[in-house]
Design a protein around this ligand. Structure first.
Ligand code: 13P
Ligand code: SF4
Length: 323
């Protein structure tokens, strides 16, 4: 039994989880948790997933209250897609360095420099930025969204430069790319991948397309230094499903380390190795057992989006979902 499993089975967790689950029932609340959340939160949640899956579940739920265990832009997305529900986040400070890398004013200025361009925004953006966008995309559907755009149109892609470079490579489409990055993923370097590969030469490699190492790993794959079939660019949930089906016994995982808990739990026959143990998102970890409980007890903290912004942002999200 690993440390995580032992801790989860311990008395205090059981008591806390019981309180959380019974309060969620009394409040008619659904608890959604992103794949990067801490193990305790993942175990207590109703639904665990990547940003797109959780947005969809938020839109479909019958619950009156959505408690979003993730970061602020994700809770905003839930509110945009489910405007009549009460959306709560246990800590309003749970931001995202990538979403913070572009403001609506900066986007308006960029659009003014490229009149007529189509704006594609990764979901890691504020509601106001989404409202200024034509399409939203996630890490799993970004190439599909970009390929659907009229080839004669200029594209502004934001805010992640690594995801943008990946989409350009996959679609062969030249784009204007905002130079934003997630500090956690940018911190996973080509050297980290080289070191892990030297230690585990037969391992498969799973890379989130926001990673600083993404281009390097693809270069290694295309130059033959790394078999292409062992290098996979995947969203957080894409990693879960690929691992479940994979024949590999060792998998190097280049994303936030929170994902390792579910990977190990769902595929106990495999060894998962963090590309960089320090890839921890402090914003995701701001959701704690204590503040999840008080969120349900005190119905705090409510996430709101002004109606006009939500209506425009919803269009960009629905264009993505309809693809
Ligand atoms: P996913 O959409 O793959 O879950 O990624 C969200 C995110 O914030 C990555 O850091
Ligand atoms: Fe944002 Fe990066 Fe944290 Fe994901 S890991 S929520 S992109 S700061």
């Amino acid at each position: 039994m690993g440390i995580i499993e032992k801790d989860l089975a311990a008395g205090p967790f059981t008591e806390w989880a019981y309180k959380v689950r019974s309060l969620a029932g009394r409040r008619n609340a659904v608890i959604l948790a992103h794949n990067y959340q801490a193990p305790w939160i993942l175990e207590a949640a109703d639904i665990v997933g990547d940003s797109l899956e959780l947005s969809r579940k938020a839109a479909e739920t019958d619950a009156e209250v959505i408690v979003f265990c993730g970061v602020h832009f994700m809770a905003e997305t839930a509110k945009i897609l489910a405007p009549d529900k009460t959306v709560l986040i246990p800590d309003l400070g749970a931001g995202c360095s990538l979403a913070a890398s572009i403001t609506a004013d900066q986007l308006r200025e960029w659009k003014a420099e490229h009149p007529g361009a189509v704006v594609v925004s990764y979901v890691n953006t504020s509601a106001e930025v989404k409202a200024e966008s034509d399409f939203c995309c996630t890490s799993s559907n970004a190439p599909r969204v970009v390929s659907s755009i009229d080839p004669d149109k200029e594209i502004l892609f934001l805010p992640d430069m690594f995801l943008g470079a990946h989409v350009e490579r996959v679609t062969g489409r030249k784009m204007n790319i905002w130079m934003g990055e997630c500090h956690v993923h940018a911190g996973i370097s080509p050297a980290d991948i080289d070191n892990r590969l030297a230690e585990h030469p037969k391992a498969d490699i799973y890379i989130h397309p926001e990673c600083g190492c993404a281009s390097h790993a693809l270069y290694l794959a295309s130059s033959g230094a790394l078999p292409e079939e062992r290098t996979h660019l995947l969203s957080t949930s894409g990693m879960q499903s690929s691992a479940a089906e994979s024949k590999a016994t060792e998998i190097i995982v280049a994303t936030e380390t929170g994902l390792l808990h579910s990977l190990r739990k769902n595929s106990p026959d495999k060894t998962f190795i963090a590309a960089n143990e320090d890839a921890v998102c402090k914003y995701m970890k701001m959701i704690t057992p204590a503040n999840l409980l008080s969120s349900l007890e005190n119905m705090q903290f409510e996430v709101t989006v002004p109606r006009d912004i939500a209506d425009k942002a919803r269009l960009a999200l629905e264009r993505m979902i309809s693809l």
